[in-house]
Every structure is written in structure tokens, then in C-alpha cells.
Design a protein around this ligand. Structure first.
Ligand code: UDX
Length: 445
């Protein structure tokens, strides 16, 4: 089989590389010449564990190609994935101009039957628009070429994307013909060895599945954050409550960890987009509106604790931050809670010294020199009045707290991810604050 993947962002690059890994001939296409030049040299635009090696291996094997020329790459392809960006417009709805421009160009250049698949997260009804663009382009050329459109949402988690792609829980494909179903089944056959299913459905349902999945997960998180805040007030321990409810298989143990709010490129955007789609169609997503507002508040929870601890006056305080990315194992700063926390700390007249194992270069694009970037986690805490744990990178889980205590000015830790044991921290002499547990140093919220 021969496929093209248009867009070498996070989704496109992982998708293309993983298809090449199982022996399929893949061309990844991007309009950004610099990006393509870099990919030829093995330089990736994103950080994802294991991806760089996989790109190099498959490029060298001659199965993975990079090009800016969509027109050439699309010829004789069995499948073309559209994985370009769908940035949120001002009103929160996904902007489809890149997706539709790619569809048009495919129509202008395709020469044989193929399945054109939307892989970007797109609103219900987009595949129909893609079909329309291609039809118009073919009409203009005065040629008749059979094609199908399909919707194949991705469920990749940053930091675990390769594993998620190679061993998926399920693959969802929206199709409208048996021919397209056959092509997609053949393409995904190598990934179904772990026994998980490929689920075929109509196209609007596949498009909706992606939004429903992310919205459900975001709902779990906001619900737990709400419960955590109430636990603090009532003197309950959210860790216990989490274990207590998670053991019910209907609830499950995953995605019920309270924290400082969800971030990243998917949850915030998709929740917003679904609220918007609903309202455009005369329906109100009441639960999701609450999910979003709880999340906005949760991003401020850690800051509020800091402010309260210091009696409302933070001027001149030095705060150390461990972690900047929205979650571990990624350099992604999109919608990261750290950005909200830092903005509020700086507005109060604090200085901030941060350390993140990989996200500092990316963070500099937004934060510039408003904060200090430490050379390691211990460097960050030197003379700090307090330490804020913002991202639960593995290296922050068991630091040498004797060293930390020696280096810091104050002995206060605000743990936004509940990675430490309250009793141990207090025994080590720290004033310890976390989420959803009323510690000795933590007054009710
Ligand atoms: C998510 C979905 O998991 C994935 O299926 C989809 O394709 C894209 O969006 P991702 O954004 O990479 O993936 O991150 P994920 O690991 O799901 O975490 C999202 C956010 O939720 C992070 O900010 C994380 O810190 C937060 N989170 C997650 C919690 O606060 N508590 C939890 O229990 C789980």
C-alpha cells in the first residue's frame, strides 16, 4: 500500500511514522519547507519519546519520505490522511481553512481511486465538506475519478503516542462505502494483533466519537477536581475517595486524579468546540460548560494557596517551579496550567525560577525572560521562599529533600499533583500543601 499524510504536526508525524514502521510506503507532506528540510536531517518539530529513532530508522529503510509537493505525493495513493491544524477561531469553533485547502489540492492532483481520511479533530460534518471540495476540484479538471472520504479520529496521548498508535485500544473509522471499509481494514490490519477492535460506523458518528471521548475524560477530571476542593473543606482525603470510587469497575481507576486542571492541545479545544457546535445547533451542553469553568478555576488553585499561605502579600517573594509542560514527557506548553500560575505570580511582584526537563525552550517562546530558567531542579530552589510542583515529571517524585531544604529559604511545598506523602513531608520539616487533602498546614480552601 502507498499512503500520504498531509501535515507533519504531532498527529501527522506520529501517524505517518507508525504506518511506515509496519512496512507501508508513506510520504509525509507539509507546506513548511524548513520543517521538511529538518525532517530529512532527522530533526523533529516536536518532542515525543521514541519518535526520532523511529523516523530515522524508517527514512533509512526507504519507507518514509518527506516532501512539500502534495501534488506529486498524492498520485497512486491508496489512502491520504489530512492531519493539518484546525486552530480555534475567535469564537472557539475549529477553523477548517487548512483542511479544506488540502482537500482542494488533493482533488486537483489525484489520478486514481483513493480514500481521503480526516485525521485532524474536526467538527461533525467536515468529511462531507471535504468530499464537496474534492468533487468541485475534479469537476473543474473535467475528470471523473472515484474516491471516498472517511473519518478516522486519533486517540493519541502525548508522551505515549507511539504505543497508543501501535497498540490501540480501538480504531474508529467512519465510512460510507464497502470499498472504503475494505481499504481501511487492510491498512490497519497490522495494528489489530492485540485483539482490540476496529469499529466501523457512519461518518458523523465517527466525528462525534472523538469529541465525546475527550469531553468525557475532561468531565472526569473536572468532577474530581470539584470533589477534591470539597474534600479540603470537609476534611476528607481525596486520595482515599479516589481509591474508594475507582474500585467500582463502572467508574474505573483512570483519569480521576485531581490536580491543577487539564491542559494540552486537545481537551480545552475540543470541549470548547463541542459547546460551540451544540449552541450553533440550538442545544446547550450544560455539563460541559461546567467542566470548562471548573477547569479554569482549578488552574488558579495552586496560586490561591500560595497567596493565602503568605498572608496575601507576595511582593518580592522568590518562587521555584518544578515543571512547565502541561503534563510529563512532552514539551507541549499549550494551555499549560503553569502559564496561568506564572502570570498570576508575576502580577503579584514575585520572581519565578523554573525547571522543566524538556519544555524550557518551548516555554521561552511564550514566557521569554519574564522568569529564570534553572539548570536543574535543585538550582531552581536556591533561596526560594516556596516550591511549586506543577508537572509530575518522574524525576520530581523522589528528590533529595535534605538538599532541597538546605537550598531553599522557606520550607514550603505546594504540590499541584499530589506526588508526595503529606506525613513524610511534614516529618521532613516542610509546610506541605496539596490538592484535596487538608494537611496540617492547609486551612480549608
Ligand atoms: C488527550 C487524550 O487522552 C487523547 O486520547 C486525545 O487524543 C488527545 O487528548 P493528551 O492531551 O496528550 O491526550 O493528554 P492526557 O494524558 O490525556 O492528559 C490531559 C490533561 O489532563 C493533562 O493536563 C493532565 O495533567 C490532566 N489529567 C489527566 C488530570 O488532571 N487528571 C487525570 O487523572 C488525568
Amino acid at each position: 500500500m502507498k499512503i500520504a499524510v498531509v501535515g507533519t504536526g504531532y498527529v501527522g508525524l506520529v501517524t505517518g511514522t507508525c504506518f511506515a514502521e509496519v512496512g507501508i510506503d508513506v510520504t509525509c507532506i507539509d507546506i513548511d519547507q524548513k520543517k521538511i528540510d529538518n525532517l530529512h536531517k532527522g530533526i523533529l518539530p516536536i518532542y515525543e519519546p521514541g519518535l526520532e529513532e523511529m523516523v530515522t530508522r524508517n527514512t533509512e529503510a526507504g519507507r518514509l519520505h518527506f516532501s512539500t509537493k502534495l501534488g506529486e505525493a498524492i498520485k497512486d495513493c491508496d489512502v491520504a490522511f489530512i492531519a493539518v491544524g484546525t486552530p480555534p477561531g475567535e469564537d472557539g469553533s475549529a477553523d477548517l481553512k487548512y483542511v479544506l485547502a488540502v482537500a482542494r489540492e488533493i482533488g486537483e492532483n489525484m489520478n486514481s481511486y483513493g480514500v481521503i481520511v480526516t485525521k485532524s479533530t474536526v467538527p461533525v460534518g467536515t468529511a462531507a465538506k471535504v468530499r464537496n471540495e474534492i468533487e468541485k476540484a475534479l469537476e473543474k479538471r473535467g475528470v471523473q475519478i472515484d474516491f471516498d472520504v472517511a473519518s478516522n479520529p486519533e486517540f493519541l496521548k502525548e508522551g505515549a503516542a507511539i504505543d497508543d498508535f501501535l497498540k490501540p485500544d480501538r480504531i474508529v473509522v467512519g465510512i460510507s462505502s464497502e470499498r472504503a471499509e475494505d481499504v481501511m481494514r487492510k491498512l490497519y490490519k497490522p495494528f489489530l494483533l492485540n485483539g482490540h477492535p476496529i469499529i466501523f460506523m457512519d461518518i458523523p458518528s465517527a466525528e462525534m466519537t472523538k469529541y465525546a471521548a475527550n469531553s468525557m475524560l475532561a468531565t472526569k477530571i473536572s468532577f474530581m477536581n470539584d470533589i477534591a476542593n470539597l474534600c479540603e473543606i470537609m476534611g476528607a482525603d481525596v486520595n482515599m475517595v479516589r481509591k474508594g470510587i475507582g474500585s467500582d469497575a463502572r467508574i474505573g481507576t483512570k483519569f480521576i486524579y485531581p490536580g491543577i486542571g487539564y491542559g494540552g492541545s486537545c481537551f480545552p479545544k475540543d470541549v470548547k468546540a463541542l459547546i460551540k457546535t451544540a449552541s450553533e445547533n440550538g442545544y446547550e451542553m450544560q455539563v460541559l460548560k461546567a467542566v470548562e469553568s471548573v477547569n479554569d478555576n482549578q488552574k488558579e488553585v495552586l496560586f490561591n494557596k500560595v497567596k493565602k499561605h503568605f498572608g496575601g502579600d507576595l511582593k518580592g517573594k522568590k518562587l521555584a517551579l518544578w515543571g512547565l509542560s502541561f503534563k510529563p514527557k512532552t514539551d507541549d506548553m499549550r494551555e499549560a496550567p503553569s502559564l496561568v500560575i506564572i502570570e498570576k505570580l508575576l502580577a503579584e511582584g514575585c520572581t519565578v525560577s523554573a525547571y522543566d526537563p524538556v519544555a524550557m525552550p518551548e516555554a521561552k517562546h511564550t514566557l521569554h525572560d519574564t522568569i529564570t530558567y534553572a539548570k536543574d531542579q535543585y538550582d531552581a530552589v536556591i533561596d526560594a521562599d516556596a516550591l511549586l510542583v506543577v508537572t509530575e515529571w518522574p524525576e520530581f517524585r523522589a528528590p533529595n529533600f535534605d538538599v532541597v531544604a538546605r537550598l531553599m529559604k522557606g520550607k514550603v511545598v505546594f504540590d499541584g499533583r499530589n506526588i508526595y506523602d503529606a506525613a513524610e513531608m511534614e516529618q521532613a520539616g516542610f509546610a506541605y500543601h496539596c490538592i484535596g487533602i487538608r494537611t496540617h498546614h492547609q486551612e480549608p480552601a
